[in-house]
Design a protein around this ligand. Structure first.
Ligand SMILES: [Zn+2]
Length: 180
């Protein structure tokens, strides 16, 4: 099944993506809203980005993105590029300390000035560097790109497996709210 794009206009409570047959990635509403706030709807909007922070669930292999870091004044931003400063690592470190060492670094997000985003060569190299050089739990990192209409999420494993995640479930209906 091809990945279903997620329309950025309506805010669901959370998005659930299939990573492997035994693993899911869950992005909660707060993190979605944080990223969508920087979607490049105007010609004057610059790219934005940061790190994904969340948890590896203990009773499953599922991973939850609880929040993201947002652009820092030390980042270099233009309409078609985003250079993340080391301030994001400090933010991640701070959250880790505040959350009693339970806040995990899960990947990197950024925006694109296009409706339906595709990763650039620079993105791919940036992600490879992160997977090879950053410290993280588990065997992969996650890389959302926020377009003006659609968010897509790619994953790259330590072994070099690269692919887009498919959206499994969209929790946005009233009956889903507060279900878990
Ligand atoms: Zn990009």
């Amino acid at each position: 099944m091809p990945p279903l794009p997620y329309a950025a206009g309506a805010y669901p409570v959370k998005l659930v993506y299939r990573v492997t047959p035994r693993q899911r990635l869950i992005v909660v509403e707060h993190a979605l809203k944080q990223m969508q706030a920087f979607a490049q709807h105007r010609w004057s909007s610059s790219e934005a980005g940061g790190v994904l922070l969340g948890r590896h669930l203990l009773d499953s292999r599922d991973v939850v993105v609880d929040e993201v870091s947002t652009p820092q004044s030390s980042d270099r931003r233009s309409r078609f590029s985003f250079f993340r400063s080391s301030k994001h690592e400090q933010v991640a470190r701070q959250r880790w300390l505040q959350e009693n060492s339970t806040s995990a670094y899960l990947g990197l997000w950024h925006t694109h000035p296009e409706r339906d985003p595709t990763p650039s060569g620079v993105d791919r190299r940036d992600w490879q560097q992160a997977v090879a050089g950053d410290k993280y739990e588990g065997d992969r990192l996650f890389f959302p790109i926020v377009g003006t209409d659609v968010i897509r999420i790619w994953t790259l494993s330590r072994r070099g497996t690269f692919r887009e995640l498919s959206l499994e479930k969209k929790y946005g209906d009233k009956q889903d709210r507060g279900a878990d």
